[in-house]
Design a protein around this ligand. Structure first.
Ligand code: NI
Length: 254
C-alpha cells in the first residue's frame, strides 16, 4: 500500500548569471509497504513527518544549494528531487520510498530512483467541440452523447499535462522549460485555444473530438518535436487531458 506525505520546501538555487532562482515546491513523498497487523499502518505518519522535516526540509529550507557551507549542490529541480531521495537513502525508516515529487507552479518533477526523472508541464486551452459520430444515426448520437451532441457545440477549459521522461543533460535539466513551452504552444495550445475543434482544425476533421482523441492527437503532435529537442535522451511519457475537474484521460502511447 502507498502512503504519501506533503511538506512545503523553499530553497535558493544558484543561476548561471550569479543570481538565484527561488525554488518553492510541495515536496510529496510516497512510500510503499505492507500494513502492519499490530497498528494497522504502513508507516507512522508523525514519524514520517518528523523524518522528512529533520532530514530534508530543515537541511535545505531557505539555503542556497550551491555546494558551500555544508549544503549539497542541487542547481535544478531534477537534481533537488534526486538529492532528496539520496538524503533519505531511498527509505523512510525501513520502508522504501517509491517517489519523490516536487510540484510548483506549472511544473512537476518526479524521481523514482535510477537515472531518469519525469518532468510534467501543465497548460490550459479553451475550445469548443461537438461529440458526434458519423457512423451513428442522429438518434443514436443523441442517446450516446446526450447534450454533448448539441449541434452548435459547447466549450471546455481544458487542462493539458505533458510528461517527458529521461536523463537530465549537462545543465542538470531534462528539458529546458522554454523549449518545452514553445513546442507545446506551437503544436497544441496556440492552434487549439479559442477554436472549434470540429470545424477549425484539420486534425479533427474526421475525428470525434472526445477527450481520448484529443489526448491521442496531442501525443502525435508533440512527440517528435519534444524527443527531437534532446535526441536519445528525452521520451514523451504521458499526455493527460482534463476536460472537467471531474474527469480526465491519460494516454501513454500505443
Ligand atoms: Ni464536451
Amino acid at each position: 500500500m502507498y502512503v504519501t506525505r506533503v511538506e512545503k520546501i523553499t530553497t535558493l538555487a544558484p543561476a548561471a548569471d550569479g543570481r538565484f532562482h527561488v525554488f518553492a515546491f510541495d515536496l510529496v513523498v510516497t512510500v510503499e509497504g505492507p500494513v502492519d497487523p499490530e497498528h494497522g499502518m504502513v508507516v507512522n505518519l508523525s514519524e514520517m513527518k518528523e523524518t522528512l522535516r529533520r532530514d530534508v526540509v530543515q537541511r535545505l529550507a531557505g539555503r542556497c544549494l550551491d555546494g558551500t557551507n555544508g549544503t549539497p549542490e542541487l542547481r535544478t529541480p531534477e537534481a533537488l528531487a534526486r538529492g532528496i531521495w539520496g538524503m533519505l537513502g531511498g527509505r523512510l525508516g525501513q520502508i522504501p520510498v517509491r517517489r519523490v515529487r516536487l510540484a510548483g507552479g506549472r511544473s512537476v518533477f518526479d524521481y523514482r530512483g535510477g537515472d531518469t526523472v519525469d518532468v510534467t508541464r501543465v497548460y490550459e486551452f479553451s475550445a469548443a467541440h461537438r461529440l458526434h459520430s458519423p457512423s451513428l444515426t442522429d438518434e443514436e448520437n443523441l442517446r450516446v452523447f446526450g447534450k454533448c451532441n448539441n449541434p452548435r457545440g459547447h466549450g471546455h477549459n481544458y487542462i493539458l499535462e505533458v510528461t517527458v521522461r529521461g536523463e537530465p543533460g549537462e545543465t542538470g535539466e531534462l528539458l529546458e522549460a522554454a523549449t518545452f513551452d514553445t513546442i507545446v504552444a506551437t503544436e497544441i495550445v496556440d492552434r487549439w485555444d479559442h477554436r472549434n475543434l470540429n470545424e477549425d482544425l484539420a486534425e479533427f476533421a474526421n475525428l470525434n473530438p472526445t477527450a481520448e482523441e484529443i489526448a491521442r492527437i496531442a501525443w502525435r503532435r508533440v512527440k517528435d518535436p519534444l524527443e527531437g529537442s534532446a535526441p536519445g535522451r528525452v521520451r514523451l511519457h504521458r499526455i493527460r487531458i482534463r476536460e472537467t475537474d471531474r474527469n480526465h484521460v491519460e494516454y501513454l502511447g500505443d
